[in-house]
Design a protein around this ligand. Structure first.
Ligand code: HEM
Length: 157
C-alpha cells in the first residue's frame, strides 16, 4: 500500500489538479524561501503556482522524473511536508484557520484504491516483447486476472 500511495502522491506532485492558489494576507509577515525573504503586508493578494513549487530541485531529487517510490520510507515521509496539492502540505490538517482541502485524506485513499484496482487488472509487458493482438486480449477477458495470456494459449477464432 505504501508504494501505491507513493504513486498517487507522485502523480499529484507532477500534475497538481489545482495549479493556482490565491490567498489574501491576514497580517504582516515574512515569507521565506531557500535564499530570500519577502515582506508581505496585510491585505496583499498572494498566488502560489504549484507545478513550479512541486518541481523545486532543492527539495525533490530529479524533479522532472516520475519516481514511483519517491514518497516511501523515512525520506519519503519527510517529503510529504512539501507536497502541496491541497493548498497546504500533505501533513497539514484542514481547520477553520487552515483552508486546506477538507477531503485530502479520502482523496488520496480513494485514488490509491483505484490505482490498486487497475494494477490488478492490467497486463504489463517490457518494450521489445512481441505484442499480444488486441482481438486476443478482448477474447481472453483480461480482467479475469487469474489467467496469464500468451500467444500460445490465445485462441483466435
Ligand atoms: C484530486 C481531487 C481534489 C483536489 C486536487 C482538491 C483540492 C482542493 C484545494 C486546492 C482546496 C483549497 C481551495 C482554496 O484555495 O480555497 C480544496 C478545498 C476543499 N476541498 Fe478539495 N480537492 C479535491 C477533492 C475534494 C473532494 C473529493 C472533496 C469532498 C468530498 C473536497 C472537499 C473540499 C472542501 C470542502 C474544501 C473547502 C475547504 C475550506 O473551505 O476550508 N475536495 N480542495
Amino acid at each position: 500500500m505504501e508504494l501505491v500511495q507513493s504513486f498517487v502522491y507522485e502523480t499529484l506532485r507532477l500534475s497538481p489538479p489545482v495549479p493556482n492558489q490565491y490567498a489574501r494576507a491576514r497580517k504582516d509577515f515574512k515569507l521565506s524561501s531557500h535564499d530570500s525573504v519577502y515582506e508581505i503586508k496585510k491585505g496583499e493578494l498572494l498566488c502560489g503556482y504549484q507545478p513550479l513549487v512541486m518541481r523545486d530541485p532543492k527539495v525533490f531529487d530529479e524533479p522532472e522524473k516520475f519516481m514511483l517510490e519517491r514518497f516511501t520510507k523515512e525520506k519519503g515521509k519527510e517529503l510529504l511536508n512539501y507536497l502541496f496539492w491541497s493548498n497546504g502540505p500533505q501533513t497539514g490538517r484542514p481547520s477553520e484557520s487552515n483552508k486546506q482541502c477538507a477531503a485530502k485524506e479520502i482523496v488520496t485513499l480513494t485514488a490509491s484504491m483505484i490505482v490498486a484496482y487497475i494494477f490488478q487488472r492490467v497486463m504489463f509487458a517490457k518494450a521489445g516483447m512481441p505484442q499480444i493482438p488486441l482481438a486476443c486480449i478482448r477474447k481472453m477477458k483480461l480482467w479475469d486476472s487469474e489467467k496469464e495470456i500468451t500467444h500460445e494459449n490465445c485462441e483466435l477464432s
